[in-house]
Design a binder for this molecule. Structure first.
Ligand code: TYD
Length: 208
């Protein structure tokens, strides 16, 4: 099932999804006549999301399968909890999430095989549009160098496999009904923001 008005940003670490979501939020906030909108992210900042981040930092020692289950549980809250994605989309808000199901298919697929993440995520609705931020992992990991705390996934060898997995899973995900658009994340921040805006502004909810 496809959830209209729901957009997901996807890509490896360091590809700029968080930066671009912040820029999109600014642009939506300043635009007259724009629909109501909500920007959000996974893992969330709720209790399950915080536990996931502790596990990714190495502060909690959990099985990869447990982490996969936690991501799905966090997603359930994100979608169906009070003020969640489903409720907002149903009342006509544009909802843009930094990461969603494809991240679990890619990252947890690499950590514990495809079967578990596929089954844990099979009942979640698909976004109308997925923007896939594509960037050479050498460049992406270079961008992460300035960060103080490193997650377990932010290493070059892992990110090379992340990019391969995105390429492998996105066609199947598209077959479920989401439109997938590739963003050239090697361009300048302003140019990438321009690509994002040209896709978002043409959505039906934007009057496009
Ligand atoms: P990220 O958006 O990169 O957060 P931050 O920029 O604050 O570190 O997400 C954190 C990590 O979580 C990222 O490496 C991808 C990973 N992730 C998964 O492994 N599975 C998932 O389902 C999601 C949503 C994220």
């Amino acid at each position: 099932m496809v959830l209209e008005n729901f957009i997901a940003f996807e890509g490896g670490d360091g590809t700029g999804t968080s930066t671009q979501l912040a820029l999109l939020r600014n642009r939506l906030e300043s635009g007259a006549g724009r629909p109501p909108f909500h920007c959000c992210f996974e893992p969330t900042d709720g209790s399950i999301g915080r536990l996931i981040r502790a596990a990714l930092r190495g502060d909690e020692n959990l099985l990869p399968e447990t982490v996969a289950r936690l991501f799905a549980a966090d997603r359930g809250e994100h979608l169906y909890g009070p003020g969640g994605v489903a409720e907002r989309c149903a009342r006509g808000e544009l909802v843009v999430s930094d990461r969603y199901v494809p991240s679990s298919l890619v990252y947890q697929g690499l950590e514990c095989g495809q079967t578990l993440p596929l089954s844990l995520n099979s009942l979640f609705p698909q976004p109308e549009l997925v923007l896939y931020f594509d960037l050479d992992p050498e460049v992406a990991v270079g961008r992460l160098q300035g960060r103080a705390v490193k997650d377990a996934y932010e290493k070059l060898d892992f990110q090379l496999r992340v990019r391969e997995r995105y390429e492998a899973i996105l066609p199947d995900y598209a077959a479920g009904g989401s439109r997938i658009e590739r963003i050239d994340a090697s361009l300048s921040v302003e140019e990438v923001a321009g690509q994002v805006w040209s896709l978002i502004s043409r959505l039906p909810i934007m009057g496009g």
